[in-house]
Design a protein around this ligand. Structure first.
Ligand code: AMP
Ligand code: TRP
Length: 348
């Protein structure tokens, strides 16, 4: 029995399956941080997950101002990126959150065991509500409860995410524990996060003290999965480094830019950061940046090409999502039925 199964009732834990679940926002402008921190893990999860379940979280997207027609498009963009990156609808469950109403229902039910003060203190809520010039919606506050519902509805054991999701994962674990304690039955599985050792926080190339992000980062410092190879190379060529004398390609606390580039290249090559430091021990910053840019561009090129082919066939993408939603619903419905039962809803 793995650690992921600890604290779970015998009936669920004995199944000894490894259910993997993760969610991704429908922005369409996925960047290298998403790709390294999350998407490559999703692809790998298909071999270990039984099943691996991936959800495009369009219900989360309405927690900030948005355009309905655009949302629908961005869901398809994101679907095509994920499939282009290697998700195979025959080996995983890929679906759109709003197609499975169990998520919304479970969110409400779980809100009864979620502490308001805790939601109020979440970093993402604080940052986003300060940055919000229009309405600060109640949905923004409830965001982590919906995220908890996403995972708990599937009784998932493992959640692959980047570092920025740690706090949300802690909350969802607490919600599961609290729910089970409150209703006296181990109805929910307490999930574990899976955060990669290298690449969990890819940094902005221009402002390496910040994470790479399409909402808060710089345009030149954010490498998009769908950028042209030339654009990618240019962004790396201009990456901010440091003024160490003599310049050395090694990781260090005052070397956020170079550390970031080392970790990115380590992921692309599938080697350790130490190996990259050794390979480039005598290189100059300029040459190193060119090498990283070239290799990242080559790495992402096939994804972009496959994306272009897939994105044109919207009917096929919609059919894929519909099939995924059907499989997802068959898994989520029994959990929500159990939750309803222990909470005192419905006839006995
Ligand atoms: P989002 O696009 O915000 O839904 O994020 C999708 C996944 O990418 C989540 O698991 C995030 O933790 C991960 N992620 C986002 N930004 C970064 C980053 N700069 N470095 C590593 N992982 C990231
Ligand atoms: N909040 C996550 C993000 O911004 C997206 C997400 C929604 C998610 N539901 C999830 C991630 C469930 C993991 C599990 O990246």
């Amino acid at each position: 029995m793995t650690a992921a199964h600890k604290g779970v009732s015998a009936s669920y834990a004995d199944q000894l399956v490894m259910r993997i679940f993760s969610g991704i926002q429908p922005t369409g402008r996925k960047h290298l941080g998403n790709y390294i921190g999350a998407i490559t893990q999703y692809v790998a999860g298909q071999d270990r997950g039984d099943p691996a379940i991936y959800c495009i979280v369009d219900l989360h997207a309405i927690s900030v101002p948005y355009d309905p027609a655009e949302l629908r498009e961005r869901v398809l963009d994101t679907t095509a990126i994920l499939v282009a990156a290697g998700l195979d609808p025959d080996r995983c469950v890929l679906f759109r959150q709003s197609d499975v109403p169990e998520h919304s229902e479970l969110q409400w039910l779980l809100s009864s065991v979620t502490e308001l003060g805790r939601l109020n203190r979440m970093h993402q809520f604080r940052d986003k509500s300060v940055a919000q010039r229009e309405l600060v919606s109640a949905a923004l506050l409830m965001y982590p409860v919906l995220q908890a519902a996403d995972v708990l509805a599937y009784r998932a054991h493992e959640v692959p995410v980047g570092e920025d999701q740690r706090e949300h994962l802690e909350l969802m674990r607490d919600v599961a524990v609290r729910f089970n304690a409150r209703f006296g039955e181990e109805v929910l599985v307490v999930p574990e996060h899976r955060i990669p050792e290298v690449g969990a926080r890819v940094r902005d190339l221009q402002e390496p003290d910040r994470k790479m992000s399409t909402t808060g980062g710089s345009v030149q410092g954010t490498v998009l999965v769908l950028d042209e190879p030339k654009t990618i190379e240019k962004k790396f060529k201009r990456a901010v480094t440091d003024s160490e004398d003599p310049p050395t390609i090694r990781r260090g606390p005052d070397k956020a830019g170079i550390t970031n580039l080392i970790e990115i290249l380590a992921t692309v090559r599938g080697v350790t950061p130490d190996a990259i430091e050794q390979d480039f021990a005598d290189a100059r910053y300029g040459d190193f940046k060119v090498a990283v840019g070239t290799e990242v561009a080559e790495w992402l090129a096939p994804v972009r090409e496959r994306y272009d082919e897939l994105r044109g066939d919207e009917a096929a993408l919609e059919a894929m999502l519909a099939a995924g939603a059907e499989k997802a619903r068959a898994m989520a419905a029994p959990t929500v039925a159990d939750v309803r039962r222990v909470m005192g809803f419905g006839g006995s």
